[in-house]
Design a protein around this ligand. Structure first.
Ligand SMILES: Cc1ncc(COP(=O)(O)O)c(C=O)c1O
Length: 434
């Protein structure tokens, strides 16, 4: 599309009308995108290292996704799932069920518009079917910003400031963030165990087990800092839920659908949740969220207990289906592991000469590079500037946690492209070396 607009002009117009509550990690205005590249209005090309926040798994404007969107737009744009039946809705849930772990292979689903709605749907379902009022969640977790999801989110006080009085019955215990063990343990094994002890303690003190509807957990904490829990942690949560008749709700909004090298991140630990919440890549770039749950749970939720006007929109479902097929057919999960491991190894190597890199972690193409000050504290004062500088040098990236670079490129990124992006990031980090 031809345009006389420059990036500077658009940014000026944006600042005069868009709420500043929407924070921008970069100073880049996106005119168009293709594959792993974004282009601004001045014709400059940027390597996309964050894929619209872990969303564009098969890259931007993939021809098969574009074709699916156009075809569906010519056929049926909107029907509303309360009004009638739509094939793409059914087809997407069938596809999800095929790849789902454990009992969810016979599960049932519901589609919404976003990750937050998927989370709220999962929690409403858990509360309704168990008829229990309490939910256990974790600090450092992010489950969304609407008031229901926000009651579960605990990755930053900023999101909750001046918003007390969220829905009650949610109790948080620490996520096993082993690099900065909340309980000051030195090894991941004892740290993970100590966090589990606090779950048990909560169940003995503030959350009566017979009141516990479910535990909601991100298998890898996303917004909280790309934190990978130690082995055994998720399995233990499964066991606790089984012991008390509570439901395990996996928030796979960011981790799901191939990004970590498995369709669902819980599979890294062989854990089978009762409820899985999905979004981001689910809609192939269009707004879509969804929940897959064991069939008997969905069957115990009565008609009209949940709903939405746009949820499961047919165009979004077709875009999601096309995306999922490409991930499967092009074996992008194995590719994500290969390129993700390569990215991690490059940063580990750089860590030897750049002590500002405190930790490198992740799975597949969900890689976190935590920046630290000389005293080991999070480099939170400079992280935003580092990210803007990386952007100005041609790589689009964001942060997670207090001071972690969030690297979540499209799964189609080649090793060469990944290498080019890592080179640029390392070059920028050298300027910040203390
Ligand atoms: C794990 C997780 N859950 C829920 C959400 C909320 O999703 P949305 O922004 O689509 O509402 C996010 C968004 O980043 C997320 O990462």
């Amino acid at each position: 599309m031809e345009s006389q607009l420059t990036s500077a002009k658009l940014i000026e117009r944006d600042h005069s009308i868009v709420a500043q509550a929407i924070y921008r990690y970069t100073d880049i205005a996106f005119q168009r995108a293709e594959g792993v590249y974004l282009y601004d209005f001045d014709g400059r090309r940027y390597l996309d290292f964050v894929a619209g926040i872990a969303t564009m798994n098969v890259g931007h404007c993939h021809p098969a996704v574009v074709e699916a969107i156009c075809d569906q737009a010519r056929t049926l744009i909107h029907g509303a799932s309360h009004v009638g039946y739509m094939e793409p809705y059914v087809e997407l849930l069938e596809a999800l069920r095929e790849i789902a772990p454990g009992d969810l292979k016979n599960g049932k689903g519901i589609l919404m518009n976003s990750g937050s709605e998927a989370v709220e749907t999962g929690v409403k379902l858990a509360r309704y079917v168990t008829n229990r009022p309490m939910i256990l969640a974790f600090t450092d977790s992010f489950h969304g910003r609407p008031m229901g999801a926000l009651a579960l989110t605990a990755s930053s006080e900023l999101y909750r400031r001046r918003l007390s009085g969220l829905f009650t019955g949610v109790y948080h215990t620490p996520y096993p963030y082993c690099f900065r063990c909340p309980l000051k343990h030195k090894s991941p094994e004892t740290c993970g165990l100590a966090c589990l002890n606090l779950v048990e303690k909560a169940l003995q003190t503030v959350v009566p087990p017979e009141d516990l509807a479910g535990i909601i957990v991100e298998p890898i904490a996303g917004e909280g800092g790309y934190i990978v829990p130690p082995d055994g942690f998720l399995q233990a949560l499964r066991e606790i839920c089984d012991r008390y008749g509570a439901l395990l709700i996996a928030d796979e909004v960011q981790t799901g659908l191939g990004r970590t090298g498995k369709m669902f991140a819980v599979e890294h630990w062989g854990v089978e949740p009762d409820i899985i919440c999905l979004a981001k890549a689910l809609g192939g770039g269009l707004p879509l969220g969804g929940v897959l749950a064991r069939a008997e749970l969905m069957d115990a939720w009565p008609p009209a207990a949940q709903g939405t006007t746009f949820g499961g929109n047919p165009i979004a479902c077709r875009a999601g289906l096309a995306t999922l097929r490409i991930v499967q057919e092009e074996n992008l999960m194995a590719h994500a592991v290969e390129v993700g491991d390569y990215i991690q190894s490059r940063f580990r190597e750089a860590q030897k000469e750049l002590p500002i890199i405190g930790d490198v972690r992740g799975k597949g193409l969900m890689v976190g590079v935590e920046l630290v000050n000389a005293d080991g504290s999070p480099a939170s004062e400079i992280i935003k500037k580092v990210i803007k500088d990386i952007g100005a040098n041609g790589v689009v990236i964001t942060k997670c946690g207090a001071s972690t670079l969030r690297i979540a490129p499209p799964l189609i990124i080649s090793k060469e492209q990944a290498s080019e992006g890592v080179d640029i990031i390392i070059r920028v980090l050298r300027q910040y070396q203390w």
